[in-house]
Write a new protein. Sequence first.
Length: 264
Amino acid sequence: MVRKKPEWPEVGDLVVATVSKIQPYGAYVTLDEFDGKEGLLHISELSSSWVKNIRDHVRERQKVVLKVLRVDLEKGHVDLSLRRVTGREKKEKILEWKKNRRADLIMKIVGEKVGLPPSEIYEKVGAKIEERFGNIYDGLEEIADRGEETLVKMGIPEGSAKALNEVVLEKIKIPRVKVRGILELTCPKRNGVEIIKDALVKAYAVKKTRDSSIDIYLVGSPRYRIEVLARNYKTAERILQNAIEVATKTIQSSGGEGSFKREK
């Protein structure tokens, strides 16, 4: 583990745990994020309804998301609840846990490549990413998109920046969404082909974010498919609409016609 973490969870925290042993009064679990410390999930905290059989709710080796109710540092004891965790909280916590695990793995690999132990790679690289982006994994996604130069600007040594960039490009694939449709452009003028080409070039050149792209290709004259890739639908739709507006205004200003039909 390269991230600095508290030794114990706090009351109210959500934790990922593995069920280790089931007893008539509840289940013992190991806290995956806290070096395997043990906690108790009492039968009364399994479900809001009556529990006839504990194994109807949890089983050995199962991963669960639990809420911390009490922490007794002197006894080394943690009381936990399953019934107080909502479906949304469970989903968000599991996603966070998976991201942290991936970040730890990537940082470990980078440390091995540059010959630094986990504590040093965190101090020299991980802490700076965490400070800049809020958490290491979100920062790694940004780095995958922006490149090695971003790391150097953050004050990370060039050797570590290069190694991290190489590992990130291999391990992280940036999610993209796609929106597309058919753009139909016609122009009756003698130089109509050149006017249409100009409209398409201007559509392709509309302002885009660093992590987005536009593709325009011929389906069959006068129909052209336009596709936009971006990190989210809001950004993709904005770029698509701008491209359509530029193309249709350009063609119409020269006496031609333009229309757009969306594709799924």
